[in-house]
Design a protein around this ligand. Structure first.
Ligand code: DC
Length: 223
């Protein structure tokens, strides 16, 4: 039983299993689950649908001033809204994945989303999933995890996930993932890396339940 209200962060590369693990962990704790990648995808989606030039800081700054991205918890789970429109089902395509990775390297986008994320986090009792949760957005988080797995494992998982909706081959999925990994971990702003005080978990040979149980044991020790 946890006594304190905790803020928990889970960072890691694409396909490491963060989403399932974060959602399961949040359920077990009765906490909110916040998928911050969805916010970057939301920006990318609006960039595409409004015809914004993703390389122009000025155009992106203008877009971010107008944007109203936010989450609502509904019967279907966590939904991402842009203004009054539920865009959750439009942000998971390979094109939006790549565009999200490229706009996430731009300062104005990160600044806009920093405020959005901290605003959601101030009540604690949440599991935040992302790339820079423990390093930049919530450096004082109560428990920080970094979930990792090999590129081959991660690509295979993503391929299985996308199989029914996309005709991308395993090889293409793996190459896209490698490109995104390089983008996300070599950018100068908030690059993907474990926080100094993060607990690193390798999910290669662990089931979701085993990862969650391991996390819970660290959390209970803290709470
Ligand atoms: O977790 P995801 O695959 O939905 O994230 C999409 C992209 O958004 C990812 O390639 C990098 C970026 N991102 C980020 O820069 N910082 C975060 N906290 C979450 C995602």
């Amino acid at each position: 039983m946890i006594m304190k209200k905790l803020l928990i962060t889970i960072d890691g590369p694409a396909g490491a299993g963060k989403t399932t693990v974060s959602r399961t962990l949040a359920d077990r704790l009765g906490y909110r689950y916040i998928d911050t990648g969805a916010l970057y995808r939301g920006v990318a989606y609006e960039v595409k649908s409004q015809g914004v030039n993703p390389k122009s800081e000025t155009e992106l700054a203008d877009l971010c001033r107008r944007l109203q991205l936010g989450f609502k918890t509904e019967a279907k789970g966590l939904r991402l809204y842009s203004g009054e429109t539920d865009i959750s089902d439009r942000i998971r395509t390979p094109e939006i994945s790549m565009l999200a990775s490229s706009v996430s390297a731009i300062a104005v986008v990160r600044e806009y989303l920093l405020d959005v994320q901290r605003d959601i986090g101030h009540r604690k009792e949440a599991v935040f999933e992302g790339r820079d949760m423990g390093t930049v957005v919530f450096p004082a988080a109560d428990v920080k995890f970094f979930l990792n797995a090999s590129l081959t494992t991660r690509a295979l998982r993503r391929y299985e996930e996308l199989k029914s909706e996309s005709d991308q081959s395993l090889d293409t999925v793996e190459k896209d993932m490698q490109r995104r990994d390089t983008n996300d971990s070599t950018r100068s702003l908030a690059p993907l890396k474990p926080a100094d005080d993060a607990i690193v978990i390798d999910s290669n040979d662990l089931s979701v339940q085993e990862v969650v149980d391991r996390m819970l044991s660290y959390i209970f020790a803290k709470g």
